[in-house]
Design a protein around this ligand. Structure first.
Ligand code: GLA
Length: 507
């Protein structure tokens, strides 16, 4: 995506690491430094081990299993790579080898859209430099529709009042900016905002979208006429649009949005390039909202809306391994910049969506954003974690409960034998975390000992480097201090061969 020497892409064969203990000391305004406690965190086995029910009917993919040694990890990573191959080959359109990056109108504008709203967002992607860091899809969500389809041909029609120049024309303008254009429909008789849906009209809709120059279809789940409730029924409903899109001959990224119903993460990769895995996100960092009532993904039937970032992340932790080149679990569009979270919360949201390889679809008003928002969403080092060519989602390897939250550690392999590590503080307390690298790094990286370089990706240095380089590698990440709801992201990589040679001479 960019070619700064420090930012050249990198291949690792590690899957994830087992993390056995780390120390967290916390100090809240009520506690003095001496009241800090040192705690041991058990390995988090989560529900990834109870695999049987995760197997998709259409995809005989072994469910992720937690192993505690590296040979098992290697085995797991081979299985996952194979699974990724099956997933990717099934979508069969060659798209989304890395998670899609772009902007979508819904989170900020909902139905209050027009051709100006969409074009202004597209132009802003260019003028702010966001296009240059990789954001490319401009997607109109719900409410672009006329009241009815064309009564003679049944073709979909756009709203002539809000899109007077026509959606085909808007698409041309977006393309002329060097961007790609996306649209929305539902695999139901209506969309979620009660416009006409595509159920029964898949072929004519796909053909019409192709004639409008559409490059991306977000395909929702409302008003599905009861055609859900088991994998087969849901699969067949979404398969129709997959076939219709492929039949157009135009490469159209297929973004399924059935919220994870019928365990779609186990089979959606056969059909689609991304699949939503939860109810709708809200501009909320944490907490329970009755609008998002499910306590687990497994048996959820009311997916809802107003889902907080930390709840979606909890669900994603169990199913992230199903993602891979060609098909990605979608944690929903970003809320960064919509105003209801703190800077640290938005950084956590953006970082973790990037680490689990979710599509990064901006959801704010690009034409009126603050410098702080732009700074967060254009962090190239974080985006490069998301776009890493290895395409393996990070795993949550430890979770230590604290009052009103927890401290989590996530680890993921990157290309060129690099590794990403995130420490997430979802609690309202300041915490100090000490992390023994030996517990979480792949052995081949550990074997290099002092020649591993560590970068803190949120301590920005300049555009050409990953972030502030920490001092020489030692066995511990010592006393990382995290504010409430803050996340730190580290990239660890071997020195280049040349650096290595210099190092050995010096020693
Ligand atoms: C559903 C989707 C949202 C959005 C709305 C539009 O709720 O999950 O992302 O597309 O529909 O009505």
């Amino acid at each position: 995506m960019w070619d700064g020497q420090e930012l050249s892409p990198a291949v690792s064969n590690s899957a994830c690491a087992v993390f056995q203990n780390f120390n967290v000391r916390r100090s809240t305004p009520n506690l003095t430094a001496t009241a800090e406690s040192s705690l041991t965190v058990p390995v988090h086995r989560s529900s990834v081990a109870d695999g049987e029910h995760r197997r998709g009917k259409y995809l005989d993919m072994p469910a992720p299993v937690w192993h505690s040694n590296w040979s098992s990890m290697l085995f797991l990573s081979v299985i996952l790579c194979l699974a990724n191959f099956w997933l990717a080959s099934a979508a069969n359109n060659g798209l989304a080898r890395t998670p899609p990056l772009g902007w979508n109108s819904w989170n900020r504008f909902a139905c209050d859209i027009s051709e100006e709203t969409i074009l202004s967002a597209a132009k802003s992607l260019v003028t702010t430099g966001l296009k240059d860091v990789g954001y490319e899809y401009v997607v109109i969500d719900d409410c672009w529709h006329a009241d009815t389809r064309d009564p003679e041909t049944n073709a979909p029609l756009w709203n002539p009042v809000t899109f007077p120049s026509g959606i085909d024309n808007l698409s041309d303008q977006i393309h002329s900016l060097g961007l790609k254009f996306g649209i929305y429909s539902s695999a139901g008789i209506h969309t979620c905002a009660n416009r006409f849906g595509s159920l029964g009209y898949e072929d004519i809709d796909a053909k019409t979208y192709a004639s409008w120059g559409v490059d991306y279809l977000k395909y929702d789940n409302c008003w599905n006429e009861g055609l859900s409730g088991n994998t087969t029924i849901s699969y067949k409903r979404y398969e129709k649009m997959a076939h219709a899109l492929n039949a157009t001959g135009r490469p159209i990224l297929y973004a399924m949005c059935n919220w994870g119903e019928d365990q779609s993460w186990t089979w959606a990769g056969e059909l689609a390039n991304s699949w939503r895995m939860s109810g709708d996100i809200a501009d909320l960092f944490t907490g329970y909202d009755p609008g998002c009532p499910c306590t687990s993904l497994e048996n959820c039937t009311q997916f809802g809306y107003r889902c907080a970032v930390t709840r979606i992340l909890d669900w994603a932790a169990d199913i992230a391994p199903y993602s891979g080149p060609g098909g990605w679990g979608d944690l929903d569009m970003l809320e960064v910049g919509n105003g209801n979270m703190t800077k640290d919360e938005y950084i956590t949201h953006f970082s973790m969506w990037a680490l689990v390889k979710s599509p990064l679809m901006l959801g704010n008003d690009l034409a009126n954003m603050t410098a702080q928002t732009l700074d967060i969403i254009s962090n190239k080092a974080i985006i490069s974690i998301n776009q890493d060519p290895l395409g393996v989602a990070a795993s949550r390897v430890a979770q230590m409960p604290l009052e009103e939250g927890d401290v989590q550690v996530w680890v993921g392999p990157l290309a060129d034998e690099a590794t990403v590590v995130a420490i997430v503080n979802t609690s309202p307390a300041n915490v100090t975390v000490t992390l023994p690298w030996s517990e979480i790094l792949p052995p081949q990286l550990l074997a290099l000992e002092r020649v591993v370089r560590i970068f803190d990706l949120w301590q920005r240095v300049d555009d050409k480097r990953w972030g502030q380089e920490l001092g020489p590698f030692t066995s511990l990440l010592s006393e990382a201090k995290l504010r409430p709801h803050e996340t730190k992201v580290y990239r660890l990589e071997p020195q280049s061969t040349q650096d290595f040679a210099e190092f050995t001479v010096q020693s």
